[in-house]
Design a protein around this ligand. Structure first.
Ligand SMILES: *Cc1c(COP(=O)(O)O)cnc(C)c1O
Length: 517
């Protein structure tokens, strides 16, 4: 200890910073001041012994390390993740205004479920539900609370909506003395994986309408044909994950109304508007897909997609109280008033709700409209530039979610998987995948246009795609290269190894049904 004090004094005289002296004092007093500890506090993280030790991976380490070192290790390892803003695979928001970041940090320690303690946050979620329900033309009056809930994403929202349909159908069947053991949902084979999850977790059969080449959404005629007395709902998608296309909900409503009349059933519709729910109301206000159609009983939307909030928020709204069975609702009594809750989890963060409300009041209808128009214009630029190359068929639509999905006209020499793989070298993350049944022979690349993907980046992306395509075009055709059996085993070229890896992933992806989110 004595030595330390002398040392401090010496440093002080030499004009070292006050901060360093304080740190040394803390080390001396708080931790007994052995040599190692002193060194830890004096040296920079990279000069400390911690960088020489392996990073703990399997067991919690016995010892404590300085916060600076812990921060640095984790921060540095995370640098090897992709750059979120160059991740064109995802619909999920990667940029928000710094003012909203501030609000997020300010509410990061609030547990949403403590409604007694944080009644304002609860109130803010209810305001968001009201705004979304009105956006989707729910029949609720202006001052009437809409029926809906904030969730962690569309997946949780879909679980809840699906449960409500299942319960309603069971109640009706029970009352009629009919069996309730074989519920099903009719969807297109293009459904997002969360529907398959719902089906498996909650024991409902998914009856999928098959796709075909050139038609990658649910065919309304075929869907309604598949409806039977055990169908708890038809799930239509506003913005197919695979190519952004809107399914024809109006047509489903029309055909199903007819079928219900003929059969005496009352099969309802759910709209999975995960990505399209914040596109259609602003860009295509006359498109009827929402509660304007009488059979649409519930709609989900991802707040973290075109709702423009960071990952972790979704919404589900019901047409009316009657469409959400009362026995699925838990009533929490807070501040003497009744707060109904209907979620799968208990505790969760408040930040996403706050952030969603920020976007709603900050941007307003006008702001959302401008952003969605910009995204659509950007998608058009990308689409046109890709078409100019004459190498690609565009499988996304002009009307729909702003994504550009494209397949190769000629895949005999290389595939979209090679292109996606090579684009990684430039930092771009784009998914390539095969279409579901019966269009598995078509494989596409999809680029999602988000708010923060601006014109300059599109131009860079196109030029990188062109570079990659030229490189692949210039390669010798692998299958035509004669194999010389006389020579000893040839070392694989870098390119061959890369291709083998691509082939491996291609097989891996093929085995999975749907890799995109
Ligand atoms: C993204 C998506 C989902 C899943 O939504 P999360 O918010 O990621 O849980 C469901 N359906 C469709 C159509 C989607 O695009």
């Amino acid at each position: 200890m004595h030595v330390e004090i002398l040392y401090i004094e010496k440093r002080y005289r030499e004009g070292k910073t006050v901060k360093k002296i304080m740190v040394l004092t803390r080390a001396g007093k708080g931790r007994g001041g052995n040599d190692d500890d002193d060194e830890d506090y004096l040296n920079s993280t990279f000069a400390s012994r911690y960088v020489r030790e392996p990073i703990p991976k399997w067991r919690m380490p016995e010892e404590t390390i300085p916060k600076e070192a812990a921060y640095q290790f984790i921060h540095d390892e995370l640098m090897l993740d992709g750059t979120p803003r160059l991740n064109l695979a995802s619909f999920v928001t990667t940029w928000m205004e710094p003012e909203c970041d501030k609000l997020i940090m300010a509410s990061v320690n609030k547990n949403y479920v403590d409604m007694d303690e944080y009644p304002v946050t609860t109130e803010i979620q209810n305001r968001c539900v009201n705004m979304i329900a009105h956006l989707f033309n729910a029949p609720a009056g202006d001052e009437e609370a809409a029926v809906g809930v904030g969730t962690v994403g569309s997946s949780e929202a879909i679980m809840l909506a699906g449960l409500a349909f299942k319960r309603k159908w069971q109640q009706k069947r029970k009352a009629e003395g009919k069996p309730i053991d074989k519920p099903n949902i009719v969807t297109g084979a293009n459904v997002q994986v969360c529907w398959e999850k719902f089906a498996r977790y909650f024991e409902v059969e998914l009856k999928e309408v098959k796709l075909k080449e050139g038609y990658y959404v649910m065919d309304p005629e075929k869907a309604v044909e598949m409806v039977d007395e055990n169908t708890i709902c038809v799930a239509a998608i506003l913005g197919s994950t695979l190519n952004g296309e809107f399914e024809d909900v109006k047509k489903v409503n029309e055909l199903l109304t007819k079928k219900n009349k003929e059969t005496g059933w009352d099969t309802p519709i759910h709209v999975d508007a995960a990505s399209g729910g914040f596109i259609a109301p602003f860009l295509y206000p006359d498109l009827e897909w929402d509660f304007r159609l009488p059979l649409v009983k519930s709609i989900n939307v991802s707040g973290h997609k075109y709702g423009l909030v960071y990952a972790g928020v979704g919404w589900v709204v019901w047409r009316s109280k009657e469409d959400l069975p009362e026995d699925l609702i838990f009533h929490i009594n807070y501040l003497g008033s009744d707060q109904p809750t209907f979620t799968l989890n208990f505790s969760k963060g408040s930040t996403q709700i706050v952030a969603q409300y920020y976007q709603f009041i900050r941007l307003g209808v006008k702001g959302y409209k401008n952003i969605m128009e910009n995204c659509t214009a950007t998608a058009k630029v990308l689409r046109n530039k890709l078409e100019e190359t004459e190498k690609f068929d565009i499988v996304s639509k002009d009307i729909g979610v702003p994504v550009v999905a494209f397949s190769l006209k000629d895949s005999s020499k290389y595939t979209v998987f090679n292109i996606a793989d090579s684009l990684r070298r430039f930092g771009w993350i784009v998914p390539a995948y095969t279409m579901p049944a019966d269009a598995e022979h078509i494989s596409v690349i999809r680029v999602v246009i988000r708010e923060d993907f601006s014109r300059g980046l599109v131009e860079r992306l196109v030029s990188d795609i062109l570079k990659v395509v030229k490189e692949l075009d210039d390669l010798p055709i692998p299958s035509l290269t004669p194999i010389n059996t006389d020579t000893v085993i040839k070392k694989k070229t870098h390119r061959q190894i890369e291709e083998e890896v691509t082939q491996h992933w291609k097989r891996f992806v093929k085995g999975k049904k749907n890799r995109v989110c």
